[in-house]
Design a protein around this ligand. Structure first.
Ligand code: G3H
Ligand code: 13P
Ligand code: ZN
Length: 342
């Protein structure tokens, strides 16, 4: 199966990131595994007129099925267009991205099945090997006008099924060489964020190393930076989960003000997965506890989807600054297409 993302109505991330650098915001990159998550993401981004990157990990691709995912990508665009027409709203740009791709073959497979953007995560490899692998993926991806995210530095916690006890912060002195040698379109960095619901130990002050971010920006001005592990781990969701039988202890996330500050800088893409998982789980646990007679999945997945919608809407409006940015990016994508077909 060889399907180019443009035939699905998707876009790559280039114009999104150019807009994010100009406008001082970050494009949301929300992970999904299923239909309800995808619906909530698209509807929240359409309502807030935000560009969006819908992303799937290798595990999510196996879970959702690669063929079905291709059609979900197409369906996301078609649903967005129909909803936009019905509401008299503008259309929004949607990119389908592979999150934490761990091999050249996986990236190629995604590119050949409709992804418009891939991450090759060689961050656990020695520097030279990371650069070589990333270059190989970028060379293939660019033949298809697919954008590529690389990574330097390792986030603490579980990343790509590899766990690291402590952060290996990105070394600013490596970034110029890495981006010029690999040809990547964006770079994920490690400045103190981490994956999952336990980002800081009890008593630890949640703080990002914005000094490292600023030094990286100084060395590669205007180059799009990506922050992984950027969930804020909402207290209310954790409390609801625990109230209704869950057992999440000492969870902690990245304060939203710090993410907002990062989004104003060269950080162009902010990855959020765990917050959605928590919001969904909280709502489902609440319904199971309060309405034990319910057994129609729509009666708990529907409210979970609605809770997710409000989460994403609030992120776009209050944290990422991406609300209202879609029209300019859509305009730039159309202008670019016109220039290229001349
Ligand atoms: O970076 C990790 C993302 O949250 C995806 O997690 O591999 O469990 O789908 P996953
Ligand atoms: P969170 O676990 O903080 O949501 O991070 C998600 C992520 O980085 C996906 O790549
Ligand atoms: Zn990640």
């Amino acid at each position: 199966m060889n399907v180019h993302y443009t035939s699905l109505g998707l876009v790559n991330t280039r114009m999104m990131f150019a807009g994010a650098i100009r406008g001082g915001f970050a494009v949301p990159a929300y992970n999904f595994n299923n239909m309800e998550q995808l619906q909530a993401i698209i509807l929240a981004c359409l309502e807030t007129q935000s560009p969006v990157i819908i992303q799937v990990s290798k595990g999510a691709r196996d879970y959702a099925d690669r063929t079905l995912l291709l059609h979900m990508g197409r369906g996301a665009v078609e649903m967005m267009k129909r909803e936009a027409a019905e509401k008299g709203a503008g259309e929004i740009p949607i990119a389908l991205h592979l999150d934490h791709g761990d091999s050249y073959d996986l990236c190629v497979s995604c590119i050949e099945s409709g992804f418009s953007s891939v991450m090759i995560d060689g961050s656990h490899l020695p520097y030279e090997e990371n650069a070589t692998l990333t270059r190989k993926v970028a060379d293939f991806a660019h033949l298809h006008d697919v954008t590529v995210e690389g990574e330097l530095g390792i986030l603490a916690g579980v990343e790509d099924e590899v766990s690291a006890a402590a952060h290996t912060y990105t070394r600013p002195e490596e970034v110029e060489d890495f981006v010029s040698r690999t040809g990547v379109d964006s770079l994920a960095i490690s400045i103190g964020t981490s994956h999952g619901a336990y980002k800081f130990k009890a008593g630890q002050t949640p703080a990002l190393r914005l000094d490292i971010l600023h030094e990286i920006e100084r060395r590669i001005p205007g180059f799009p930076i990506v922050l992984h592990g950027s969930s804020s781990i909402p207290r209310e969701a954790v409390d609801t989960i625990n109230r209704y039988g869950g057992r999440l202890k000492d969870s902690a996330g990245i304060p939203e003000e710090q993410l907002r500050e990062a989004a104003r800088s060269a950080v162009c893409k902010i990855n959020i997965d765990s917050d959605g998982r928590l919001i969904m789980t909280a709502k489902i646990r609440e319904i199971f506890a309060l309405k034990p007679e319910e057994f129609d999945p729509r009666k708990y997945l529907g409210p979970a989807r609605e809770a997710l919608f409000f989460l994403y809407r609030s992120k776009n409006l209050k944290v990422l600054g991406s609300a209202g940015q879609a029209p300019e990016i859509m305009g730039a994508i159309k202008d670019d297409a016109l220039v290229n077909c001349r």
